[in-house]
Design a protein around this ligand. Sequence first.
Ligand code: NAD
Ligand code: DAU
Length: 329
Amino acid sequence: MRRMLVTGGAGFIGSNFVHDTLRRFPDVEVTVLDLLTYAGSQRNLDGVPVTFVHGDICDASLVDGLVAATDVVVHFAAESHVDNSLNDPSPFIQTNIVGTFTLLEAVRKHEVRLHHISTDEVFGDLPLDSLEQFTEQTAYDPSSPYSASKASSDMLVRAWVRSYGVQATISNCANNYGSYQHVEKLIPRQITNILLGDKPKLYGAGANVREWTHVTDHNSAVHRIITAGQIGETYLIGSGDERSNQQIITQLLTLMGQDPTAYDHVPDRPGHDLRYSNNTTKLRTELGWTPRYDFEAGLAATITWYRENAAWWKPQKSSTEAKYKLLGR
Ligand code: NAD
Ligand code: DAU
């Protein structure tokens, strides 16, 4: 693992991954390929010694040249937001499916190792009042255009492994939080609303449950899989920290010194998945991974990061809220 190509390395998880990789493996030469959509920013990599390529993972000749010059591809690039996919699925089909296909053809040709980053949303959802969990054997049953496009990309990776012997692994992680997350997502949206004196917005009754994993824990799992994972295998990643959306908003308000009931109910997301929960036994027992972050401490640190980095998030905030206003949320 001397030369690494990170797609989507200017986005939330990808940029944190690049920072963590260079901290843990200072000898690795990292190249980032990123289209710098609304969700990506080169500022996320300020001061980080990487080769940055501004381009599209669907550009076959660009991808071919970059893959030929690397030892491992870590594929984060995607359209990642469910609400956007409900509004306009087309870029999700293009980037998440065609983009992954383009990368697969290049790693097949050049016999390069690929790690594909995916989501637990490919499995659909779980009942609210149960102890059921997703496992690596759970059947795919995606609900939104976003999760259907990610499910499609996982299926392509599996087929390229089986039919062409491509050297690939897949991970499906639960919801991430931490620094550099776009303000469209639940936690940064509410923190920045509170910082601006606006109320948090809770979809529907707020009973839906998510499993929250700190981005650094997600990335340490990806490092374990790249260095010790079995080719062709899928690994689920998650912290075990499940919270309802209402609990998250109440907790943020409390941590930020506000009235915990000072939030607005807004119309629900169509097709809204009820609950996600990943069984991570395989990753923990076979690869020895454990998450390090305590959720409450991680949330407090995330609030501090947004408090101290208003210059980073303010430029995204009004356009994001304008999009939500059109959706009535
Ligand atoms: P993000 O939206 O913050 O970042 C995506 C990045 O991909 C951006 O930098 C964007 O510019 C880039 N990109 C988009 N289209 C591109 C294209 N055609 N070519 C090149 N670059 C392109 O996303 P994120 O939240 O960091 O998610 C990263 C990956 O992790 C995604 O594959 C997502 O499905 C997966 N994932 C996310 C979460 C989460 O909670 N955020 C959880 C599990 C899995
Ligand atoms: O589970 C992994 C997935 O987690 C990733 O694959 C996705 O890329 C990532 O965006 C995330 O998807 P969610 O749809 O779960 O995340 P989001 O932050 O959009 O919403 C989290 C929950 O909070 C969801 O139940 C909807 C709700 N919500 C969201 C927003 C933005 C609100 O109640 N209010 C809000 O303002």
